[in-house]
Design a protein around this ligand. Structure first.
Ligand code: PHE
Length: 347
């Protein structure tokens, strides 16, 4: 090719076909293929540029101008189409992966402490105010700690009050009450005076009923010193009952029996439901039993390291489950460990 007329015709064809092809391109990849076919090293426009050497000196500048225009036109069409296609692709992607922020959210449920944990913490707070420290003692104990040192002789009938889970190891058991902790804190603190509460899990091999579980919490309390009397026990438990159940609460001490206390007493509080008038919960008596206690038996003081001629002390043991059940009028102890959220959420 060596004349402008022919060149203009070819440019017209390439421009028209190129525009149509670019118009139809459906993806950025197709655009790239078109760019190579038109403007690449062997592309149609590049091939025309090569023809320029056949033109006369007079026509060559004009031919160059026309070809540069064609190239510029196609380049900008390709670029515009490329941008259009990739923004359309982005749009599709955004729609496909999009989140509708106007949809109503799912509410996040807030948990809370278990009712037994709440009750334990109330008990801790009350005794901490009175100067008691909180001490953890083992759940797996020896028969000696759980019974013998607490003045349960072997084969003593009082052992039957607390049927025991044994382990494969002779003499090692799951504690049936927190009272073996009394021996441990006494031995750790002797001859200093001690005031402590000992919370924790206990186990008894018994029938599960609405009123008793095989696993349950207890909170033991112990105070040992040189001048401790039953009046101190009464004062501490009265204060506890008032803080736990309300200022008007009274306590009643009833004689009882535990091998490790002498004298032994059981403590009742005025019924929290009827305030003492008599109702279904207190079975008409106006009183509810909440704990066992007494003055630490001289034999137990001695086993803890203290001289019973010089020292005395009191101890008590309560079940937070029973306290929570009374306070919230829960009729079946099995609900507490049943893990039914419909029940637990109420507290
Ligand atoms: N350990 C006794 C029980 O489990 C309760 C108790 C503790 C009684 C301390 C007196 C003194 O029944």
């Amino acid at each position: 090719m060596n004349n402008l007329a022919e060149l203009e015709m070819s440019i017209g064809v390439i421009a028209a076909e190129g525009r149509a092809a670019i118009e139809k391109a459906g993806s950025p990849d197709e655009c790239e293929q078109l760019r190579v076919a038109l403007l690449g090293r062997k592309g149609r426009v590049t091939t025309l540029f090569a023809e320029m050497r056949n033109f006369s000196d007079g026509d060559r500048p004009k031919a160059g101008l026309l070809l540069n225009q064609l190239r510029g036109q196609l380049e900008s069409q390709l670029e515009a189409k490329g941008t259009e296609l990739s923004s359309a692709r982005l749009q599709d992607q955004l729609i496909a992966e999009g989140i509708d922020v106007t949809l109503p959210g799912r509410p996040a449920h807030l948990g809370h402490l278990h009712i037994i944990t709440q009750t334990l913490r109330e008990i801790y707070a009350i005794f901490q105010q009175m100067g008691y420290q909180i001490v953890q003692t083992p759940e797996v104990e020896t028969d000696e700690m759980n019974f013998q040192l607490l003045n349960f002789p072997p084969d003593h009938p009082a052992r039957e009050m607390q049927s025991t889970f044994l382990t494969k190891q002779e003499g090692v058991i799951l504690r049936t009450h927190t009272s073996p902790g009394q021996i441990r804190v006494m031995r750790e603190n002797c001859p200093e005076p001690v005031r402590a509460i000992l919370p924790g899990k206990c186990y008894r091999y018994e029938q599960i009923t609405p009123r008793s579980e095989i696993q349950f919490e207890q909170v033991e309390g112990i105070a040992v010193g040189e001048q401790i009397t039953m009046a101190d026990l009464k004062g501490v438990l009265t204060e506890f009952a008032r803080q736990m159940f309300g200022d008007a609460t009274k306590i009643k001490l009833r004689g009882s029996y535990f091998p490790f206390t002498e004298p032994s007493i059981e403590v009742d509080v005025t019924c929290i439901l009827c305030k003492g008038k008599g109702c279904r919960i207190c079975k008409g008596s106006g009183w509810l039993e909440i704990l066992g206690s007494g003055m630490v038996h001289p034999v137990v003081l001695k086993n803890g390291g203290y001289d019973p001629e010089k020292y005395s002390g009191f101890a008590f043991g309560m079940g937070p489950a029973r306290i929570a059940m009374l306070k919230y009028q829960i009729e079946d102890i099995r609900l507490l460990l049943g893990n039914d959220l419909r029940f637990l959420k109420q507290f």
